[in-house]
Design a protein around this ligand. Structure first.
Ligand code: PMP
Length: 351
């Protein structure tokens, strides 16, 4: 039988091993489910949905609502099944055979995987070893004839920020579409939004999966120029974003201030967890602008990961990524979960 395209044949399926654990701190999700008031409002809308009819292929109501919040029209907003689908659509429209995309590694792995899948040539620029920041290495992308440049801010998994000045300097000089992935911006408080009106080659990616407690729904959006959004609308699946997602994402976005309280709680808990981790001998902890913390262990990462899992807690072993030997990433959980994690980690590294 015929095989797939060569770009697909050389890929390994992206899969995070399905490991069950009592406490899940591996995917940077919110540890808090949707507030009851939002669940009740969703329930209230269930009966009125015409399930027999296709959804609005343009998700116009949701795009209008999101756009209004940022002072933008719906023609500057794109929605998809999570940031992942938006990234795929970016590659379908701007990547592909004969085109290049730049990432600053280690970075969110989906950029590379989706890029290679679409036949895009991936250019890897290494972050500064030691602190893993991208700020100083951004100029390496200035003169590349890339179609796409990804900046993840805060970056997953290193949790650092790139300054708006550095992003703007890149936007000024490059012809590429610069995608600033702000999946965790609700935690960092920094956004490239002020640059959007000035630079047509800027696109800002957001998700409902983190601060909005909706990883299970699959909803993300992109803010960009009319031209970019129009091109994404050309390549997306016709009915890509289902009716339930349109309704639920709209309700969550309408009530987004409700989530602010939990964001504050998560940030305070992150700082507490960071301070406790810093006191542990045997690990190096990296500063975080997001809802997760990267750390390096003296012991082999696989051993630490397994030891923590044996105590019922799943975290992420990131040591397969460039520069991240013996590094692991833990998501900030509830205070009880963080306490259990600290206990497990202390036992494992001091054993
Ligand atoms: N960008 C970054 C940096 C992420 O960490 C994630 C989720 N892990 C995403 C985008 C995509 O999230 P989702 O598809 O759930 O919206």
């Amino acid at each position: 039988m015929i095989g797939p395209r060569p770009e697909v044949a050389s890929l390994k399926p992206y899969h995070i091993p399905e490991v069950s654990a009592r406490i899940i701190l591996s995917a940077n999700e919110s540890p808090y489910n949707l507030p009851q008031s939002i669940i009740d409002e969703i329930k209230g809308q269930f009966d009125a949905i015409a399930y027999n009819r296709y959804p609005d292929p343009l998700s116009l109501e949701l795009r209008t609502l999101i756009g209004e919040h940022y002072g933008l029209g719906p023609e500057k907003v794109f929605v998809g099944n999570g940031g992942d689908e938006v990234i795929q659509n970016l590659y379908l429209a701007y990547g592909g055979v004969g085109r290049k995309a730049v990432t600053f590694e280690p970075m969110f792995e989906v950029y590379g995987i989706t890029g290679r899948m679409t036949g895009t040539e991936m250019i890897t620029i290494l972050r500064s070893p030691g602190d893993f920041t991208a700020e100083k290495v951004l100029p390496h992308a200035y003169m590349m004839d890339a179609a796409l440049i990804f900046i993840c801010c805060p970056n997953n998994p290193t949790a650092d920020l790139v300054s708006l000045e550095a992003i703007e300097a890149l936007l000024k000089i490059t012809n590429a579409l610069v995608v600033v992935d702000e999946a965790y911006a609700e935690f960092s408080g920094q956004t490239a939004l002020p640059l959007l009106a000035k630079y047509k080659n800027l696109a800002i990616l957001r998700t409902f999966s983190k601060a909005f407690s909706l990883a299970g729904l699959r909803a993300g959006y992109l803010l960009a120029s009319d031209e970019v959004i129009e091109n994404l609308l050309k390549v997306k699946l016709f009915f890509n974003f289902n009716k339930l997602s349109q309704v639920i994402a709209r309700i969550a976005f309408l009530h987004r201030t409700i989530f602010e309280e939990k964001i504050k709680v998560i940030l305070a808990d992150r700082d507490r967890l960071f301070a406790q981790m810093k006191k542990l001998a045997g690990i190096e902890v990296f500063p975080s602008h997001a809802n997760f913390i990267l750390f390096r262990t003296k012991k082999p990462a696989a051993e630490v990961w397994q030891g923590v899992l044996d105590r019922g807690i799943l975290i992420r072993n990131t040591s397969n990524q460039l520069l991240l030997e013996n590094c692991l990433r833990v998501t900030v959980g509830t205070p009880e979960e963080n306490k259990e994690f600290m206990k497990a980690l202390s036992e494992v590294i001091e054993r």
